[in-house]
Design a protein around this ligand. Structure first.
Ligand code: GLY
Ligand code: MN
Ligand code: MN
Length: 479
C-alpha cells in the first residue's frame, strides 16, 4: 500500500480534479456499497433495545438539558498509534449506540420529568399528555466513496443508519453546529464528556470557550451508569472471558522449558483471534522467572527455564468488553514444593475474597480481607516474614469496557457489577511471582465465578500442562 501522507494528498487532489475538470469523460462513480454486517470494519449488529434503554436512563437523569457525545476519531496510520491502528470507539459513545463509526456525534435532548416528558422514538422516555418529547439525534459524516477506498466503508446518514441503530433521527454531521446553536438558545445545561475524545474537537472547544454555556462533564453520570452491567454487557463480557479461558488452556498445553515468552503470547493471542476476539483488552503479560515479579511486564522477550514460574495475565476484548484473567504456570509442568506453598496461599486468599463477594460489600473491604487472610495464613511460605509483604497491589477492580473499569473503591457492590479477584505474591530475590486472577459477577444471592473454565488449582494447572509424547522445544526467532 502507498504509505506516505503525500501520496494520499496527491490521490485526493487527483480525485478532486477528476470531479471538476474531467467529470464528463469519467464513467459515473459506482454507487457506494451498502452498509451490511458482512462488510469489513463495520462492527457487530447493534442491540437497539439495550442502547435505547441506556439513552432513556441517561435522559431521565438529566432533567432539562442536552448531552453532546462525540465518537472517537479515525486514527492516522502515519502519525497515530502506527503499531495498532484499528479503530476503537469511545466507550461513552459506544455505550449509547454500540456503533463503531468514527467522527460521529450523539445529541440527547432531555426535558424535565416535572413538565412530563413524552416518548421519543429512539430515546424512549415515557411521559404524560402534552409532554415534550426527549429526543436522540445521531450525526454521521457524509460518505466519501473515494476515501472509503482507503479506510473502508462507512455508515452515512439515512434510512439504513436509522434502522441499524434504532435512532429515528440520523442527520449529517454538518448539522451539528446548528443543532448545538438551537440547544444553546434553550439556555439549558450542556453535558459533554470532558475526556480525550472531546478535547480538541472544534464543536466541543467552542462550548468550552463560551462563558454563556453552562457546561458540565457528562462522564461522572455515564460512568456511574456503567458500573452495573446490563444483559447485553454481561453477554459480551462472558464471551470475552470464555475466549480468555480458552487461551489460558492453550497456554497450559504449550508452555515448556526453552520456549520464549513471545511464543506464549503468540499462542494466546492466536487463540483470541481464532475465537473471534476483536483485539487484546490490554497488552498481554507473559512474565517468567524474574519477570514474573513485575506486575505489568509486557515485553515478553525472555526465554523461559525449567524450574521457573510464568505469570500469564491476559484479556480478550469482545464487543468492546474485556476479560482480565491471570494464571501462573510452572514452566516445567509441576510446581516445586516452595512454589506450590506460595501458590496455595495465593489461591486460598483468592478463595477467601471470592467467598466474601456479595451485594453491599465494598472493594476496599475485599482488599482488607485479602491482606488479613494472607498475613494470618502465611506460615513459612515467605520465610521469616508474612507473605502480604510481597503482595504489592490491590486485590480487585471492576472490569468492563476498560480493563480497569469505572467505579470507586468505596461503592457498595450491587448485582450486575463485575470485578476481579487477583491476589499475588512477588518475591524478587527469588525471581518468583505468583498471581491468580478471576473475574466475578456480583449476583443477588452472592456471586458467580465467571472464569471457572480456566484451570485454577494446583492439580488443575498441572493436569492441563500434561502432554505426551515428551514436548519438543520449538526454536524462537532469536535462535
Ligand atoms: N491486567 C491488569 C490487571 O490485572 O490489573
Ligand atoms: Mn486485573
Ligand atoms: Mn490482569
Amino acid at each position: 500500500m502507498p504509505s506516505t501522507r503525500r501520496t494520499l494528498a496527491l490521490f485526493l487532489i487527483g480525485v478532486a480534479a477528476a470531479a471538476t475538470s474531467a467529470a464528463a469523460q469519467q464513467p459515473a462513480p459506482a454507487a457506494p456499497p451498502p452498509y451490511v454486517d458482512e462488510l469489513p470494519g463495520m462492527g457487530r449488529p447493534i442491540d437497539t433495545a439495550a442502547t435505547a434503554l441506556r439513552r432513556a436512563a441517561l435522559l431521565g437523569r438529566l432533567g432539562e438539558a442536552v448531552a453532546v457525545i462525540p465518537a472517537a476519531r479515525e486514527r492516522d496510520v502515519e502519525t497515530d498509534y502506527i503499531q495498532d491502528n484499528d479503530f476503537r470507539q469511545s466507550n461513552t459513545f459506544f455505550y449509547f449506540t454500540q456503533l463503531e463509526q468514527p467522527a460521529a456525534w450523539l445529541v440527547l435532548v432531555a426535558h424535565s420529568r416535572g413538565s412530563g416528558a413524552g416518548t421519543a422514538s429512539g430515546a424512549g422516555a415515557a411521559g404524560g399528555p402534552g409532554a415534550r418529547a426527549d429526543s436522540a439525534i445521531l450525526l454521521l459524516p457524509d460518505r466519501v466513496p473515494a476515501m472509503e477506498r482507503w479506510t473502508g466503508v462507512k455508515l452515512g446518514p439515512g434510512e439504513l443508519a436509522q434502522r441499524l441503530t434504532g435512532i429515528a433521527q440520523v442527520l449529517s454531521v454538518t448539522k451539528l453546529d446548528s443543532i448545538l446553536a438551537a440547544q444553546r438558545a434553550r439556555g439549558v445545561p450542556v453535558y459533554a464528556p470532558a475526556d480525550r475524545y472531546s478535547a480538541g474537537l472544534p464543536a466541543y472547544e467552542r462550548l468550552r470557550g463560551d462563558s454563556t454555556v453552562n457546561l458540565h462533564d457528562l462522564r461522572p453520570i455515564v460512568d456511574s451508569m456503567r458500573q452495573v452491567k446490563d444483559a447485553a454487557e454481561l453477554a459480551a463480557l462472558r464471551r470475552a472471558i470464555a475466549i480468555t479461558d480458552s487461551a489460558q488452556r492453550a497456554v497450559a498445553a504449550s508452555v515448556e522449558p526453552g520456549m520464549f515468552e513471545y511464543q506464549v503470547e503468540a499462542v494466546l493471542e492466536g487463540t483470541f483471534r481464532d475465537l473471534g476476539a476483536d483485539r487484546v483488552g490490554f497488552p498481554s503479560i507473559v512474565g517468567s522467572g524474574p519477570n514474573s515479579t513485575t506486575l505489568h511486564y509486557d515485553v515478553n522477550r525472555r526465554r523461559m527455564n525449567a524450574g521457573e514460574t510464568v505469570v500469564v495475565d491476559i484479556g480478550a476484548e469482545y464487543g468492546q468488553y474485556t476479560a482480565d484473567v491471570t494464571r501462573t504456570f510452572p514452566v516445567s509442568g509441576t510446581f516445586t514444593p516452595h512454589q506450590r506453598a506460595v501458590y496455595e496461599l495465593v489461591l486460598a486468599t483468592n478463595q477467601a475474597v471470592l467467598d466474601s463477594v456479595r451485594p453491599g460489600i465494598t472493594l476496599a473491604r475485599l482488599n482488607t480481607i485479602a491482606r488479613d487472610y494472607m498475613r494470618t495464613h502465611s506460615g513459612t511460605a515467605c520465610d521469616t516474614v508474612t507473605c502480604d509483604r510481597y503482595f504489592i497491589h490491590g486485590v480487585t477492580h471492576p472490569i468492563g469496557m476498560d480493563v480497569h473499569d469505572v467505579g470507586p473503591m468505596s461503592v457498595p457492590l450491587a448485582p450486575g457489577m463485575v470485578i476481579t479477584d487477583e491476589p499475588g505474591i512477588y518475591i524478587p530475590q527469588e525471581a518468583l511471582g505468583v498471581r491468580i486472577e478471576d473475574d466475578v459477577l456480583v449476583t443477588v444471592s452472592g456471586h458467580e465465578l465467571l472464569t471457572a473454565s480456566a484451570p485454577r488449582t494446583v492439580a488443575e494447572i498441572e493436569r492441563a500442562m500434561q502432554r505426551t509424547p515428551a514436548p519438543v522445544r520449538r526454536p524462537g526467532r532469536e535462535e
